[in-house]
Design a binder for this molecule. Structure first.
Ligand SMILES: [Zn+2]
Length: 133
């Protein structure tokens, strides 16, 4: 991997792409979807047979909040589909944040230390405004 301004420029491009992608993440919520099957316990019900997976599936949206896990039951259909999308976007968001973090750290490593310049840069900072005393 080559050092120098090319590497830095490439990293900055990558970071720019990631920020754009972050801006396109849709509604998201923390949590995960669990598929639950259960046995009703009634003798003679089909679910009592050995090897029967149980009734369902039911879908729960679980999320840990302050150390406790909270679950919400979701109806199959539009409600479940919506939650599925929202959780998927959360995964995407987390993934992008991880990538952005890595790129930023690489940029920090690649960015050279610049000695304090004698004000030959930028239209805004002429340097005479702060600490006037
Ligand atoms: Zn049953």
């Amino acid at each position: 991997m080559p050092d120098g301004p090319d590497e830095l420029a490439g990293l900055e491009r990558r970071r720019e792409e990631l920020y754009q992608e972050l801006g396109q993440v849709g509604d998201f919520r923390r949590g995960s979807l669990n598929e639950v099957r259960r046995k009703c316990g009634k003798p003679g019900c089909a679910c009592a047979a050995p090897g029967h997976p149980g009734h369902g599936p039911q879908y729960n949206l679980t999320r840990s909040e302050g150390g406790r896990t909270r679950a919400r039951h979701l109806r199959p259909g539009p409600e479940l589909d919506k939650a599925r999308r929202e959780v998927a976007e959360w995964e995407r968001f987390r993934d992008l944040v991880g990538q952005v973090t890595e790129v930023n750290e690489a940029i920090c490593d690649a960015r050279p230390v610049v000695p304090p310049a004698a004000g030959d840069e930028g239209p805004s900072g002429t340097g005479g405004e702060k600490g006037g005393s």
